[in-house]
Design a protein around this ligand. Structure first.
Ligand SMILES: *[C@@H]1O[C@H](CO)[C@@H](O)[C@H](O)[C@H]1NC(C)=O
Ligand SMILES: *[C@@H]1O[C@H](CO)[C@@H](O)[C@H](O)[C@H]1NC(C)=O
Ligand SMILES: [Zn+2]
Length: 378
């Protein structure tokens, strides 16, 4: 554990050194965009230091596929996720990016909304009181709209059983004393919802694009904007100028839908031509994947995780070089930072009896400690 951490920290250190050399460099998904870009003026302060300020984190979970017929473990584990995992990590918000339910027929070939699957989902939210612990933003996936004749249909169970219950895209602002952070959902599900297998692609029409553009404008005052949706942008059909252009003010687009392509593509991360990171998270359904992301002094970081595997570790400073977004992140702060900052659970004995409480906090290691550690051990 300590070794793993040390290795990761050293890797992070190397990344930071590279950042200083290659601030212009875009590591991910091929060559840098040829467009001349307006770089914002440097904002070296506030730089990551020795306090627990200027940081918040959230989780993403996708493609849960609660099923009436298959793998009851999906629901059992989701309940544990909403209680144990959320209690330890204490995220400011959770993005549940669609396919909350499986909506298939018994023999798995056809599709049909199963109210009992939605009741299971709703029951878990209620029983674990997760909506009181964090902001739970759940949206629809293609499975959640199979065979729905219209949004007003009683079969639109999302309206009855989800946490958000809002048809269409929306904008949520996470407000903190040190800044505002926008989260914009993209609802590209079809209306009416076709049956299987006719909705692998999502669609946005002109009207929906206008709405999204409006949300993007609204969010321009925020320190950062994250977009999230069910479909990858490669599986959304949208009119000109296209969904990627509309979301170009986003630091990242978080989505699901492809389920790591049955294990063929365990990591589906890419970068748009416009600079936005597109980060698909693996599915809960078969792989029990989820993601933690953080904004630490306006630097974005994330890690893709497997449910039940501890420790959960996220180095928030220095952040990963591969996922820098120079257009939106004040990367110069890494140079001005005084501490390495790591989100990690901590086990505390909080009474004289052996009662342990696991909490998730930012661990702070002054840079000079690391240097002396390295020189004494190497
Ligand atoms: C967020 O933006 C405001 C306004 O630009 C700025 O004053 C503040 O320092 C930013 N927050 C962080 C953590 O950088
Ligand atoms: C966040 O937004 C509110 C409302 O728009 C604004 O009054 C406040 O100054 C913003 N906070 C920061 C730190 O920018
Ligand atoms: Zn799915």
């Amino acid at each position: 554990m300590a070794v793993v951490l040390a290795v990761r920290v050293v890797a992070g250190l190397a990344a930071a050194a590279l950042v200083t050399l290659l601030l212009e460099h875009y590591g991910l998904a091929g060559s840098p965009p040829p467009l001349p870009r307006l770089r914002p003026p440097p904002r070296p302060q506030p730089a990551p230091g020795g306090g627990h300020r200027n940081i918040f984190w959230g989780l993403q979970i996708s493609d849960i596929h609660l099923s009436r017929f298959r793998d009851p473990g999906r629901a059992v584990d989701l309940e544990k996720f909403c209680s144990e995992t959320i209690d330890i990590i204490q995220p400011a918000l959770v993005l549940a990016t669609g396919d909350l339910t499986d909506a298939k027929t018994k023999e798995q070939l056809g599709s049909r909304q199963q109210e009992v699957e939605w009741q299971t989902y709703h029951g878990i939210l209620k029983k674990t009181k997760v909506l009181e612990k964090t902001k739970w933003l759940d949206i629809k996936g293609n499975h959640d709209v199979y065979n729905i004749p219209s949004l007003d249909s009683v079969k639109n169970y999302y309206r009855k059983y989800s946490a958000v219950r809002w048809d269409g895209s929306f904008h949520y602002v996470h407000t903190t004393p040190y800044g505002n952070y926008s989260f914009i959902s993209v609802d590209a599900t079809k209306n009416p919802g076709p049956k299987r297998p006719y909705n692998f692609f999502g669609i946005l029409d002109e009207k929906q694009m206008k709405e999204l553009l409006l949300l993007a404008t609204e969010s321009s005052w925020s320190n950062h904007t994250i977009w999230f949706g069910h479909y990858t942008t490669s599986t959304i059909l949208s009119p000109s100028p296209g969904i990627r252009t509309i979301m170009s003010s986003a630091t990242a687009y978080l989505c699901g839908h492809l389920h790591t392509l049955g294990g063929l593509m365990p990591v589906l991360h890419t970068r748009h031509f416009q600079g936005t990171l597109e980060l698909e998270v693996g599915d809960w359904k078969d792989n029990r994947r989820y993601r933690i992301f953080a904004f630490d002094h306006d630097l974005f970081s994330f890690a893709d995780l497997t449910f039940g595997k501890w420790p959960v570790v996220l180095i928030t400073n220095p952040k990963s070089l591969l996922y820098t977004c120079a257009k939106h992140e004040p990367l110069e702060r890494i140079l001005h930072s005084t501490h390495i900052r790591i989100l990690l659970e901590e086990v505390r004995r909080f009474t004289t009896y052996f009662l342990f409480k696991r909490t998730f906090i930012s661990h702070l290691i002054p840079w000079h400690h690391l240097f002396s550690l390295l020189t004494t051990t190497l």
